[in-house]
Design a protein around this ligand. Sequence first.
Ligand code: HPA
Length: 275
Amino acid sequence: MNVEEYLEKVKEAAKFVQEKVSKKPKMAIILGSGLGKISQSLDETISIPYSEIPHFPRSTAPGHKGELLIGQLKGKNTLLMNGRFHYYEGYTMKEVTFPIRVMQELGIETLIITNAAGALNPDFEVGVPCIITDHINFFGDNPLIGPNIDDWGPRFPDMTEVYSRNLVQEAFKSAKKLNLKVYSGVYLGLSGPTFETPAEMSMLRNFGADVVGMSTVPEAIVARHGGMNILGITAITDKAVPEQLKEVTAEEVIEVAQKTGEQIANLIMGMIDAF
Ligand code: HPA
């Protein structure tokens, strides 16, 4: 697909969504595996299935639905992306990040990205949220490869503050207020779908990462390119530490994510005025 076609498709999808809503959302949340909890706090919700949106990909991953939810989160007009697209599903980087461009066209200024991930940091406990302070792109690919659309962002975007330091601080304030335990750390994103071997876990930890997962990085790169403020929150669902090995299953990941999702929903609701 050439860039003009891609741009046209994004615009058509955005127009379709915009015509369904009366007030434009300024904030969006990507709901990771098992992290749909916050959608229960959304009022005056309208649901738009991905299958109805022109050119929108469909989600196939377990624990992921396929719909945009638009409504009020404590009075803030918000778009929830219920079900994301993963590189391991076979989508291209442009497909994985198509919804982010649609958000950009809709005028989204703040993006909250949630995900489930394994802990590389041996001190991190399962079931605790981790605020993402930075990331390592280990996908071996980048969604910005190819001709640049200058209206969307610069050819060589700065990546010194992908995750807003201000929002990280606000997230910590919210956690303190709620008496919630949270960590902060570096998220390393890779393609999957395999979980890591013990040798890979050691390597990734030595690279300076605290958590490892199969999403978020492509979305964050595109959102940053597009000038959005980003907050990333991980639900730690398992340990990727060679000395503390336990077999990981997708079912377990989703089960723990659902429990941790409640805390993440509270954390976001507790800092809603910061967005
Ligand atoms: N590794 C990679 N991705 C993940 C993990 C993990 O341990 N847990 C949840 N997503």
